[in-house]
Write a protein of this length. Structure first.
Length: 72
């Protein structure tokens, strides 16, 4: 399965910031597995988590939502 844009962006953010998946997940109040489930679009991202990730990544909420996978 191809990576989503959010998965790619998170991986780049990890490299650029030096943060681990665990640190990012902790900031969201989820596990590492749930973080990547959200990045793949398997689990919804709530607005608080979206804002936290956008702030961490230094992007606007609008830009963040442009990265998120569309789910049915």
């Amino acid at each position: 399965m191809a990576q989503t844009e959010l998965e790619k962006a998170l991986k780049h953010y990890k490299v650029d910031s030096g943060k681990t998946s665990g640190e990012i997940a902790k900031a969201l109040g989820v596990t590492r597995a749930t973080l990547w489930s959200k990045a793949r679009g398997d689990t919804p991202i709530n607005i608080k988590q979206a804002k936290t990730l956008a702030d961490m990544m230094g992007i606007t909420l609008e830009d963040f939502y442009a990265l998120t996978p569309v789910t049915d």
